[in-house]
Design a protein around this ligand. Structure first.
Ligand code: BV8
Length: 231
């Protein structure tokens, strides 16, 4: 039975109304990435960074999974073999669509990380007001549980093991601009996996894929899942 490894990026959540990182103006919700998504930015201006993530966390209450999330959740439910969805996204739309085998390599908006006791706690409200950590009680020590640039992504050992074993590696809705995620296709390829990219336009890494399908994920992913389940 084939082992499937799926990597998703901001493009799979675009049709749900969540902004991608590299919009036409290259800015991200009006900010330069280095001003809001690095530990240095957080040290320099914690209020700005907390407000940026509070706004994106609040946005999650207003959006729904789209057909691409639902199709991957169906594949997760019905595929009898190994399957893992590694997502670079910090939204919870894969889970809300019903997917279970999901790994957030860049963290999650709906999780808070306590710098005093290291506990991670599910969190849906704002952090700007400096609330107390539910685990240790310390106030003002909670940061977004997000992997910023220069920080180590989560789950790398599990991801690397899955990449070595995968028979099929599918990348959906990512620009291939950020590492180590952008290098996964090469690792999978060297390990003998077939590789497929589904993206609105060819990504920076398209050359590494055996097959590239361009178009909106909401349109292409359901059809691809049908194909895989029909095989
Ligand atoms: C690390 C959380 C090491 C934040 C994110 C020089 C060379 C190589 C690497 C580096 C370098 N200098 C620095 C690095 C490392 C750096 C990096 O790669 N920088 C890049 C900019 C060069 N990487 C890191 O720092 C990583 N950590 O390397 O640690 C280390 C080792 C040991 C010990 C300690 C440390 C950490 C990177 C994680 C950063 N955090 N996200 C947050 O979300 O707030 S990155 C962020 O951008 C996303 O999570 C995602 O990973 C990344 C890329 O975004 P995409 O998801 O691809 O979205 P994007 O907008 O770019 O593209 C969307 C795509 O969808 C487009 O192609 C578009 O066409 C398509 N699309 C749009 N609509 C649709 C669609 N497709 C289908 N349907 C649609 N409807």
């Amino acid at each position: 039975m084939e082992r499937i490894l799926i990597l998703t990026g901001a493009g799979i959540s675009a049709e749900s109304g969540l902004a991608t990182f590299r919009g036409p103006d290259g800015l991200w919700e009006g900010h330069r990435v280095e001003d809001v998504a690095t530990p240095e930015a957080f040290a320099r201006d914690p209020a700005l960074v907390q407000a940026f993530y509070d706004a994106r966390r609040a946005r999650l209450d207003e959006v729904q999974p789209n057909a691409a999330h639902r199709a991957l959740a169906r594949l997760d439910r019905e595929w009898p073999g190994e399957l893992l969805i590694v997502t670079q996204n910090v939204d919870d739309l894969h889970e809300r669509a019903g997917a279970r085998r999901v790994l957030h390599m860049h963290g999650e908006l709906r999780s808070a990380w306590c710098l005093a006791c290291d506990a991670r706690t599910a969190w849906r409200d704002g952090l700007s007001s400096g609330p107390a950590c539910p685990a240790c009680g310390k106030a003002g020590a909670l940061r977004p549980d997000i992997v910023w640039f220069g920080e180590m992504p989560y789950g790398m050992e599990r991801i690397e093991a899955a990449l070595r074993e995968a028979d099929l590696f599918v990348s959906i809705g990512t620009s291939g601009a950020v590492y180590p995620a952008a290098g996964f296709v090469q690792t999978a390829r060297y390990a003998g996996a077939r590789t497929l990219e589904i993206n609105l336009e060819p990504s920076l890494g398209s050359v590494w894929f055996d097959e590239v399908r361009t178009g909106p994920a909401g349109k292409l992913v359901p059809g691809w899942v049908e194909e895989v389940l029909g095989e």
